[in-house]
Structure formats: structure tokens, C-alpha cells
Write a protein that binds this ligand. Sequence first.
Ligand code: GAR
Length: 208
Amino acid sequence: MKNIAVLVSGGGTNLQALIDAEKRGDIKNGKITCVISSKADAYAIERAKKAGIPAVVMPRKEYANSKDYSEAILAELNKQKADLVVLAGFMTILDECVTKAYPYKIINVHPALIPSFCGEGYYGLKVHEAALAYGVKISGATVHFVNEKADAGAIILQGAVDVANDDTPESLQLKIMQNVEWKLLPKAVSLFCEDRITVKDGKAFVDL
Ligand code: GAR
């Protein structure tokens, strides 16, 4: 059974999707053993508590820089004996001390079809604002491994939705969460825990 650490910063709907999937038995060979939040007031912490999962609050603002913060996160992940780290709406970019310690063991969900609307500065609603400003007709979400470059690691799963003429950043965000993120993130986590993802030449291949 693999220990899953989920890192959060906000509402935690993706964390909830993982908790619900685990309860249904849809996360095979994996268990969410801790939640780490970069914000003290994140609602995701309540979700963890309600599910009986230990939550650790590590506010980003209490650390001088990204390196210090990443070292503290790494120490906590090691202490928790994490086998898989899931970034579920985690809004801080981690330094390479973490990505190097957990190669192909950190999974992120990004609310766009990578390589569009991704990288530094693209997070949360900003991603959907950019997609609507560009006028794309489809958008979606990507579940990918995390490496030292923001949103540039090997893609595991992607899913798309149609963009409607009257979509707002908020409506597009919700549509992508409901139709893609909340389904594909638990699926990718289970595939990882079942050892059904292989990586070759920097690309991920899923045994579906
Ligand atoms: C989700 O849409 C997630 O994909 C996005 O933030 C939202 C968090 O929602 N993540 C990023 O933009 C990371 N670059 P949640 O807290 O309700 O899961």
C-alpha cells in the first residue's frame, strides 16, 4: 500500500475527489496518509479533518524563500514516508530539492491542456481568463509528473471540454473541474499506486 501525501492551498475540491475515490475503493493500493497546506485558512484542511486525515499546516509566508520552504516540505514528506506526492491546487512552485528527491513521484493537476496556458504565473482562475482571452474553443486539464520546470513534466492523462460563447472564467473552471479534474486526478493516482505508469524517454505511458 503506497502512502499518498496531498499538498493543497485552497478550496480542496480535488482533495475531496481523491478522498471520495478512496472511500469508493477507486484508489487501488494507495491511501491518503497526510495533507499538507501552504495556507493556514485553506478550506482543504477542513476536508482532511472531516475525513480523519492528519493535516499539517506549513504557511509559505513563514519562510524567507522558496528554497527554505522546499527544504521544510521535503523534510515533512520524508517524515510522512510519502511514496507519492499529489499537488492538488497547490499554488507554490517547489524547488528542485523536492523534485529531485521524488523523481516521477510527484503528480500535479493543471487546469488547461498543456502545453497551452501553463508555466509560471498560470494558476487557478488566471488560466481560464487566459484561455477565454485567447478565444480557444476547447480547454481542459492535464495530470502530469512534476519536474524542475513548472508544468513541464511528463503528461499522464488529459481531458477536454468545449468552451461555450458565454463561458466566464468561473464557469469554465467549474466545467473543467467537474468533467475532467475530479475524474482524472483520482484515476492517475490509482494508476500510479498500481504501478501502471511507465516512463520512457521522458514520456509517460499508461497501461489502461
Ligand atoms: C484547480 O482547478 C487546479 O487545477 C488548479 O487550481 C484549482 C484548485 O482547486 N491548480 C493550479 O492552477 C495549479 N497550477 P481546488 O483547491 O478546489 O482543488
